[in-house]
Design a protein around this ligand. Structure first.
Ligand code: ADE
Ligand code: ZN
Length: 328
């Protein structure tokens, strides 16, 4: 499936950093981040909450706009090598300049510059979605939303929330989502990964998002599954991430097959690929093995993703045209 054209809607930029890249930065800056890796040099964590700590420790090596320029190039090169033609990446002003709008502009400029370079050299299109971090709390989220609102446009196109889904409630972040919406940003929220079906209801009702990051736990509530299908809510499903973090014990137990069969608009992404030992090619291979999905199904999922992308219509038409050329 490596060369199959893919649209990815859920990728955390720092979470896509290859371990060797982070080790290189740590060496350059004389930082000791040995706790981040196992004896094989892979990211090491024991559960989701430990994962968030390791993620933040690895991210502490990214300290300048130039570091993010290099990171973006490395990430997009890897995504393009797995057939990704359009990617939406979660960007965090918390890590990029400590939520200072001026500093954030510099980081964003560097990330965009790298994205332009990667589009020229590898044909991959990137758009940015700012995410606030739930366990940093609602006050910091307001500062993050201001960074997003000040830089909203044809490249920075969305706003969302990531982090510890068990911390606080979606409505605590309603002010930030209102600010982002008023700035013209499109909205998504992580929910239904560690929270049950109610967490998805809350994100939809209290934040007014049009997409849900993960959302797979709706599978526990058949009425909600039906409602999502009817309302055409798009789920950014990351099956390999869910299995790696233990939301489901194995691929067979993952509800993406059932959700697709029930008519829910599901899409496929990697979340934080090197952390979960996955790539977009691996995700497609595992889905094909587990649910017997053929190229036609994958083309359908990519068309759903392209139609749900937070980009302008010209870019969408370009992406859809490239998908249309896929043989099935
Ligand atoms: N940040 C990076 N990956 C995440 C995930 N899977 N859930 C919540 N926050 C995250
Ligand atoms: Zn995520």
């Amino acid at each position: 499936m490596r060369d199959f054209p893919k649209v990815e809607l859920h990728l955390h930029l720092e979470g896509a950093a290859p371990p060797a890249f982070i080790r290189g930065l740590a060496r350059e800056k004389n930082m000791d981040i040995s706790g981040v890796f196992d004896e094989h040099g892979n990211y090491a964590f024991k559960d989701f909450w430990h994962f968030l700590k390791v993620y933040e420790a690895a991210t502490s090596t990214l300290q300048t706009a130039e570091d993010y320029h290099r990171l973006t190039l490395a990430v997009l090169e890897e995504s393009a090598a797995h057939g990704v033609i359009y990617t939406e990446s979660f960007l965090s002003p918390d890590f990029c300049g400590g939520r200072d709008v001026g500093a954030w502009r510099e980081y964003l400029h560097a990330i965009r510059d790298a994205a332009d370079q990667a589009e020229k050299s590898h044909g991959i299109i990137m758009r940015g979605v700012v995410t606030c971090i739930r366990h940093f709390g609602p006050e910091k989220a307001k500062e993050t939303a201001l960074c997003a609102a000040e830089t909203a446009g044809d490249w920075l196109t969305g706003f969302g929330i990531a982090g510890d889904e068990t911390a606080g409630k979606p409505k605590d972040f309603a002010y930030s989502f209102d600010m982002a919406r008023e700035a013209g940003l499109r909205l998504t929220a992580h929910a239904g990964e560690w929270g049950g079906p109610q967490s998805v209801r809350d994100a939809l009702n209290d934040l007014g998002v049009e997409r849900i990051g993960h959302g797979v736990r709706v599978a526990e509530d058949p009425a909600l599954v039906e409602e999502l299908a009817e309302k055409e809510v798009v789920l950014e499903v990351c099956p390999g991430s869910n299995v790696a973090l233990g939301v489901y014990p194995n691929w067979r137990a993952h509800p993406i097959g059932m959700l697709f069969d029930k008519g829910v608009k599901v899409t496929v992404s990697t979340d934080d690929p090197p952390f979960f030992h996955t790539t977009m090619t691996d995700e497609y291979d595992r889905l094909s093995d587990t649910f017997d999905w053929d190229d036609g199904v994958f083309k359908t999922l990519n068309t759903i993703a392209a139609n749900a992308a937070f980009c302008d219509e010209k870019t969408r038409a370009n992406v859809l045209e490239r998908l249309e050329k896929t043989d099935d």
